[in-house]
Ligand binder design. Sequence first.
Ligand code: ZN
Length: 331
Amino acid sequence: MIFEEKPDKNNNSGRWAERARELLEEQKNSWPLLKSNYDNLEKIITREIEFDSFNVKIQFNPERIKSSSADVNEEAVRKRKCFLCAENLPAEQNSLSFNKHFVILCNPYPIFPEHFTISKKNHTPQTIIGNFAELLDLSKSLGKYYTIFYNGPKCGASAPDHMHFQAGTKAIMPIEYEFEKMVGRLARSVISNGKIEVRFFEDHLRYIISLESRTKGELLYAFKTFINAFKKISSPHDEPLMNIIAGFQEEIWRILIFPRQKHRPDQFFKSGEKQILISPAAVDMGGLFITPRFEDFEKIKKEDIADILKQITVTKEYFEYLRKSIGGIFI
Ligand SMILES: [Zn+2]
């Protein structure tokens, strides 16, 4: 398959959310595997675990086993065919060309009632540096129905060698509908100058930074400041570890950043009873934990969630450093 730039005869360019939805409906008719996985998603079970100021949802989703247990070490990735490159996509896969660089594809292994992979047309490594402006464009264009998210190459992305975002149905992840409540409690506003609001969230088991603005330039500047500060306390050869969730509503972007220190928690590598097969990505950081095995879905407890998040989020010292660095630049 080659991603061609088709002229948009009907001038539909402002209707990306509708067009993505149409693509998914069309793929349900033309791709039996995808149809069957979306049908199964309707039967999927979830349960909730309550914390003091927020809830976490656990979703039992056996189709995600490949993604959760993906071997993402460099050698394994080098040896396999890239499943996001145009020439390796399934014959049934159709696409929607978003711009010169990105293409919208339906995810055949959904977590959300509507789930897309937004992949770069060229095979280039997963990185947010240089692609953050694209994330803003995508979240604005698709924000009517969808939230966009990013998994760092060592933070849950199953294709660390091929740049991609994902999009899922809005307001499924608890953090999206609990945000206002969380702001009311224990959020520290670092910057609030009428152009951008930057908040640092503590005491939610994982550290979170939110950026809200109507202006793309403000967000680009704030993100650049964040990356530069985070790079100083991260491994010099790798992108700082993070997940991002991006929404756009009433002309305002809300970007949630989850800075991390670790890819997978210890429980992932244990065996027998002690193993919990959770490989946290943006969705899990957003409060929707995916367990591909029923045994984990059943046994996972409040303490396990707290422990997993504590292991993978940055340390308090690092979070404070980021807060001071970002706050300092805007004063
Ligand atoms: Zn590729």
